[in-house]
Design a protein around this ligand. Structure first.
Ligand code: NAP
Length: 567
């Protein structure tokens, strides 16, 4: 800290008293006091201090900045903060959403942990920071040391895009990466741990910081109704240690003859200590369809009973490695063994690669680019089977100790007959009273308004209706006075009106003020939720004028953008 350049915020008597006290302090005492006051400041225990998030950068040498959608980046940020604190070092943890971008130019040690959503988008909380960093107003750095941990999902081509962009931009602006960026797939824990160890090693080796780490409290979700810390601690079960939840009920929601196959599944969270809010999701550790495991064994010409990692190849393929989806990374590893000219060319052509990956699985890869793997090289090529997450369709207040899901079974033909891993795990392979391996994934940006009097408009066609069942249940259970309006759509009224009786009951009770439905295939012309929205434009506008919150859930690519345009 360049003290001589700073104007002390004291004058008159206070300044005299400060001088008097300072004159009587030894060097060690002064140092101790500075740490003591900083600690109070961080814990928001000093009068007039709004918390460490407002602290100016010159006071702390290290900033851990996270951009999180579901809480994973945030959890890594706080874990890193703890590790740094254990070494007696100083730093602060800040959500990108709360970060004053004007402070960026003053950063000296910056650690960024950021996820990427779907096809390369930043998390909502990171949008503004990303725009600033990538834009013309971003500062040039003379002496910034930084590192980026990027979280993502390898099944998307633009894997870890946001982290990559931030890393490249910081470097272009003059920053020096002290630890090379690490890109993590969905199963991020091991890679994140390795990155954190390198960071801590660097920090302790350079002795770049000292004192107590000031870690701000995790902020609450946007409605702030339950503190995130209450929800998350102690974490007994997570994606690495999932809870075995008994299946209490499984009902097919679509009527006979429907083109859809949707299941309502009720799971028991009893004795798990797991807590969630409406808007959060449930992660499921799936298994692969047996038929696909046999196909993979057949086309790889490998013996199902070969033991790798203390399990048979069959067990590994059924429960631990991804077969239903292939990614660029998997093809690349496979080509390391196959050395196939066609595959090499494909890997270099982004657009052809995108077309190839769509709807292809590990068996297609074995058939299209044959090579004789050993059991070890085959498993080394494949991706670890990642969990899938579903919006929770129930409220814990209405159904204590339970989580309900609305799951559409994914089945299609693309060359061969294919099935989704998690959806058919729940639809076919798990029966009532079986156990599913689950964990909670928070979504801080999809929450009911804090003000329970605020009106909400919910737009959720297909299984996108799931979280809105949780919203309405929760509002009823808490006696919330706010008005509720649901827009729902699906192909046919007779077979696809998911939770029809429940919605009609809510309408009757007055809890649901309006229900607008769009059954797309009942009429010669397609009718979608946005058409219904358009029809009710005046009233929707009135609701917005009266402070309504609008939520959209479902197919992100087509439906959500059409709804956005209509709005
Ligand atoms: P879907 O395929 O989205 O179909 C639902 C309705 O939307 C159909 O009537 C469909 O009509 C219509 N539709 C098609 N294109 C549309 C457009 N551009 N604008 C508006 N409506 C359109 O239903 P789903 O199979 O149940 O899929 C739901 C989506 O929600 C999936 O993308 C899923 O990933 C997502 N989701 C699910 C959950 C969950 O917890 N299960 C949570 C969040 C999101 P036609 O087919 O007749 O054209």
């Amino acid at each position: 800290m360049a003290e001589t350049n700073m104007q002390p915020p004291f004058s008159g008597i206070a300044a005299d008293q400060l001088k008097d006290i300072t004159a009587r302090l030894s060097g060690d005492q002064a140092l101790w006091l500075s740490g003591y006051f900083y600690g109070l400041h961080a814990a928001k225990q000093l009068p007039g201090v709004g918390g460490v998030l407002q602290a100016s950068v010159s006071e702390v040498p290290l900033t851990i900045l996270y951009g999180s959608q579901t809480g994973n980046s945030k959890s890594v940020a706080y874990k890193l903060a703890e590790k740094i604190k254990d070494k007696g070092l100083t730093g602060k943890v800040v959500d990108m959403n709360d970060y004053p971008v004007k402070d960026l130019k003053n950063e000296k040690n910056l650690l960024i942990i950021v996820s990427t959503q779907g096809e390369g988008d930043p998390p909502v909380s990171a949008e503004e920071f990303r725009e600033f960093l990538l834009g013309p107003r971003a500062p040039k750095f003379a002496d910034l040391k930084y590192s980026v941990l990027a979280l993502g999902d390898k099944s998307y081509l633009n894997f870890c895009q946001t982290g990559i962009e931030m890393d490249e931009r910081l470097q272009a602006l003059g920053g020096k990466a002290v630890v090379t960026r690490v890109d993590c797939d969905v199963d991020f824990h091991d890679d994140a741990d390795r990155w954190m160890t390198s960071i801590v090693d660097k920090l302790t080796a350079s002795g770049s910081a000292n004192g107590a780490l000031a870690v701000s409290q995790p902020s609450t979700g946007s409605n702030g109704s339950i503190n995130a810390a209450t929800l998350q601690s102690p974490v007994l079960y997570d994606r690495k240690r999932p809870f075995e939840a008994a299946i209490l009920e499984k009902i097919q929601l679509n009527g006979k003859g429907s083109i859809k196959e949707t299941y309502h599944i009720e799971l028991s969270l009893e004795n798990s200590g797991l807590k969630y809010e409406p808007g959060d999701s449930l992660g499921i550790l799936p298994s692969n369809p047996e038929r696909l495991v046999y196909e993979a064994l057949h086309h790889s010409k490998l013996d199902a009973s070969t033991v790798v990692h203390q399990q048979t190849l069959f067990e590994n393929l059924a429960h631990h490695y991804e077969l239903t989806v292939v990614t660029r990374d998997v093809l690349q590893k496979h080509n390391g063994y196959a050395e196939n000219a066609e595959l090499s060319a494909l890997l270099l052509d982004q657009s052809k690669l995108k077309d190839y990956l769509y709807g292809r699985d590990a068996v297609d890869m074995l058939k299209d680019f044959p090579v004789q793997h050993t059991a070890e090289t085959f498993l080394d090529t494949l991706r670890k089977l990642p969990p899938r997450v579903y919006s929770i369709a129930s409220s814990l207040t209405a159904y204590p100790d339970e989580a309900h899901l609305t799951v559409a079974a994914v089945r299609y033909t693309h060359g061969r007959y294919k099935e989704g891993a998690a959806s058919t795990h729940l639809a076919d392979r798990l029966k009532k009273e079986d156990f599913a391996k689950v964990f909670i994934e928070r979504n801080e940006f999809f929450k009911l308004p804090v003000d329970s009097d605020a009106p909400v408009i919910m737009i959720g066609p297909g299984t996108g209706v799931a979280p809105f069942r949780a919203f309405v249940q929760d509002r009823e259970a808490r006696g919330a006075k706010g008005k509720n309006w649901l827009f729902f759509g699906n192909p046919n009224f007779a077979t696809d009106f998911l939770y029809q009786t429940e919605w009609l009951q809510y309408l009757k009770k007055g809890l649901l003020n309006h229900l607008d439905v769009a059954f797309s295939r009942d009429t010669p012309e397609k009718v979608y939720v946005q058409h219904k929205l358009q029809k009710r434009a005046r009233e929707v506008f009135d609701w917005i004028e009266n402070g309504a919150y609008i939520y959209v859930c479902g197919d992100k690519n087509k439906m959500a953008s059409d709804v956005q345009k209509t709005l």
